[in-house]
Design a protein around this ligand. Structure first.
Ligand code: HEC
Length: 203
């Protein structure tokens, strides 16, 4: 990915402070409109999911929450994905194998995980790349933007992602049935969990 650019935007007082991770190329900056769109989509996914999850936990307990996470999360992601934009959650320790990252997402996930391990408050990571159109297609290369916002584990998440010995047996049974390859337990509050990944393609 020779043409790739990486920009890391750090949180904190100087929220908009841009730290160039690799090369800061002024000639071809990250398109601001796409970046804004990606930010909004990631925020919406996080916000709506949190709301549904909190409501489901209050109403029906963690077993109800399992349903929310398995049905509502992909539903919200699918609804937000349109007009050249796809939104989903990725992690290197997936519960649902469909949420495993591709090579590019993994690179950025590793970057976010490393920043988290260093105690840096990184709120997003964005990279653009030029990808050739599929063979046979006419036209110019396609520009793709990949945006990632980190997800960390909070106390309520532990009901389904914490120490297996502490997870309610009914929840454990529901998870085991639906996700026989679950890798997403054993987390502690504050751990890095993964990211919301937003990809925007431009012809
Ligand atoms: C009530 C149980 C429950 C709670 C509470 C819960 N999750 Fe999940 N989580 C799930 C289930 C079930 C899935 C699988 C969803 C799917 O099939 O796409 C999942 C998937 C995920 C994924 C997608 C990657 C993967 O492993 O498949 C992330 C990221 C995630 N959860 C983060 C969180 C965070 C952060 C919290 C706390 C804010 C949280 N979860 C709370 C049950 C839960």
């Amino acid at each position: 990915m020779a043409t790739a650019k990486r920009v890391m935007l750090a949180g904190g007082v100087l929220g908009a402070l841009a730290l160039a991770w690799a090369v800061a190329e002024v000639a071809d900056p990250v398109p601001q409109a796409d970046l804004e769109r990606a930010r909004q989509a990631a925020g919406q996914l996080k916000g709506e999911l949190m709301k549904s999850l909190t409501a489901a936990l209050a109403e029906g307990g963690p077993s109800q929450g399992v349903r929310v996470c398995s049905e509502i999360a992909p539903g919200i992601a699918a609804r937000l994905s349109r007009d050249g934009m796809t939104v989903h959650r990725v992690t290197t320790r997936p519960r649902n194998p469909a949420n495993a990252p591709d090579a590019w997402e993994r690179e950025l996930l590793d970057g976010l995980a490393a920043a988290h391990a260093r105690g840096e408050d990184v709120v997003e990571l964005v990279e653009t790349s030029e990808e050739k159109l599929p063979r046979g297609a006419a036209g110019s290369p396609k520009r793709v933007l990949l945006y990632m916002a980190p997800l960390t584990v909070a106390a309520p998440c532990l009901q389904c992602h914490g120490d297996p010995a502490q997870i309610d047996p009914a929840v454990k049974a529901a998870l085991a049935e639906k996700y026989p390859k679950d890798q997403a337990t054993g987390y502690k509050a504050g751990d890095f969990r993964g990211a919301v990944a937003v990809r925007i393609e431009r012809p």
